[in-house]
Design a binder for this molecule. Structure first.
Ligand code: GLU
Length: 467
């Protein structure tokens, strides 16, 4: 049997982290089993579904690298198929027309609630005759016995059929409802394993009865628990329940988010870092945690920095380029992004931060950071700056070692500590008091630019001394 899984989002908003994790688990299982992965857009809610959301979901999936073999299928294109099967069920007596008015159903519901009962349809039309009134179609749920399934995450689940009422499968306007469409789709598409959020667990027994009524094989199920915020409350925007694309905008690598999401509810011993291939090789539905997981931004940041530092710089550069453009940093005159990553990844947790902190490698800065200048561009800095500039200009080769030597020689000659040369030099060439090691920084800024900036700093110091 070829394993086939699917991700079946309703396109009513962007792809958020919860959805992305469900998609990831479903995708990983298919990959692990050498199976196939299907994307299905559940757009039957015409009022809430939008093309924008469909595009956003696909963009998120693509950015994460969660590719699919089949689809996207659209439920709205399959109404004929659903209706054909509903008609078949009516003919077989497995579904029936229900003429109960909204008023009657509301009153029924109120009485049941007032009596402390669970609201449910009372079966009035189960054996009724045809009438001249608008009707819905209800599924004739078995009244006896129970539905049992072994959920890969939650274990054995048994629900008595008398707990389930006869669910509407076609509305008065002729449109089929969610629980029916899902079953038909999963059957027609040959889905063997349904991985989805635990908010659907109550639908599963009803769906299993529909599979059986249709004579369709019942797939296996894995209901994934919720993601909570770090305060234990339901995940919200405040915690980062934002769109997957917002994580791109905020400077995360897809590998970091994937690694974060795979661990959020699944584990393999105490391993924290997983390459894409490791995730595929090690993933199993049975190792998904039953309990809800809390979102932890600190950990995501840590993973992001890990991937920024350890992945192929050429790959990281592709992602960094997006941020450089986004921040309108002109890359024309400056180091290759691969080199930049080599020195800056150590110091930043996101690509966005890295881009923002790297502008001085590419563009001139307007003025020195006031605090850093006040502290380090003082009259005593003039002589070390002039001397180090002279030495840098005279270097026969522009290498990190040579630059380092020039700074050291300056300090030795003037009998100063390295900091007394280094700090003014750092502020001179970067405009601020923090940067990677000076030799690397100057190396990447380049000689002409470094020297010109030192000249400017010397002028600044001189002006300051005179004012
Ligand atoms: N369309 C449903 C949702 O977005 C998922 C249904 C399913 O996975 O069975 O919540």
């Amino acid at each position: 049997m070829t394993v086939k899984t699917r991700f079946a989002p309703s396109p009513t908003g962007y792809l958020h982290v919860g959805g992305a994790r469900t998609a990831l688990y479903s995708w990983l299982y298919a990959r692990n089993m050498g199976g196939e992965f299907v994307l299905r857009i559940e757009d039957t809610d015409l009022e809430r579904s939008t093309q924008e959301a469909i595009d956003a979901i696909m963009e998120g999936m693509q950015w994460l690298g969660l590719n699919w073999e089949e689809g996207p299928y659209y439920q709205t294109k399959r109404f004929d198929r659903y209706n054909q099967l509903i008609d078949q069920l009516i003919e077989e007596g497995k579904a029936y027309k229900c003429y109960c008015s909204r008023e009657r159903l509301d009153a029924l519901r109120e009485t049941q609630m007032a009596n402390g009962e669970k609201p449910r349809y009372d079966g009035t039309c189960r054996d009724g005759a045809d009438q001249e009134a608008p009707y819905v179609i209800r599924f004739r749920n078995p009244t006896e016995g129970s539905v049992v399934f072994d959920d890969h995450v939650r274990g054995r689940i048994e629900i008595a059929n008398n707990e389930l009422d006869d669910l509407i499968i076609r509305r008065t306007d002729g449109s089929p409802t969610y629980n029916f469409c899902v079953v038909v789709d999963d059957w027609d598409m040959g889905i063997t394993h349904v991985v989805r959020g635990e908010d659907h667990i109550n639908n599963t027994p009803r769906q299993i009865n529909i599979y059986q009524a249709l004579g369709a094989p019942v797939p296996e199920f894995a209901h994934v628990s919720m993601i909570l915020g770090d305060d234990g409350a339901k995940l919200s925007k405040r915690h980062g329940a934002v769109s997957v694309m917002q994580y791109r905008d905020d400077g995360y690598l897809p590998e970091a988010l994937l690694n974060y999401l795979v661990r959020l509810g699944w584990s393999h011993g105490d391993q924290e870092i997983f390459t894409r291939q490791e995730m595929i090789d090690l993933f199993s539905l049975d190792a998904i945690n039953k309990s809800a997981s809390a979102f932890n931004t600190e950990k995501l940041l840590w993973l992001n920095q890990h991937y920024m530092k350890s992945m192929d710089p050429a790959y990281v550069a592709e992602h960094l380029q997006w941020h450089m453009q986004d921040q309108q940093i002109d890359l024309e005159n400056g180091p290759a992004l691969e080199q930049l990553i080599g020195v800056m990844a150590e110091r930043c947790q996101t690509l966005k931060e890295l881009a923002a902190a790297s502008r001085y490698f590419y563009e001139e800065f307007e003025e020195f950071d006031a605090t850093a200048a006040k502290k380090h561009l003082r009259p005593v800095a003039q002589q070390p700056l002039e001397l180090v500039k002279e030495k840098l200009e005279a270097l026969t080769e522009w290498t990190a070692e040579a630059i380092h030597q020039a700074i050291q020689d300056t300090a030795a000659e003037l009998e100063l500590g390295m900091g007394k040369v280094g700090m003014p030099l750092r502020v001179a060439v970067t405009g601020a008091g923090q940067s990677p090691g000076l030799d690397q920084t100057l190396l990447l800024i380049g000689r002409t630019r470094s020297v010109a900036r030192i000249t400017k700093a010397v002028e600044f110091v001189a002006n300051r001394a005179n004012s």
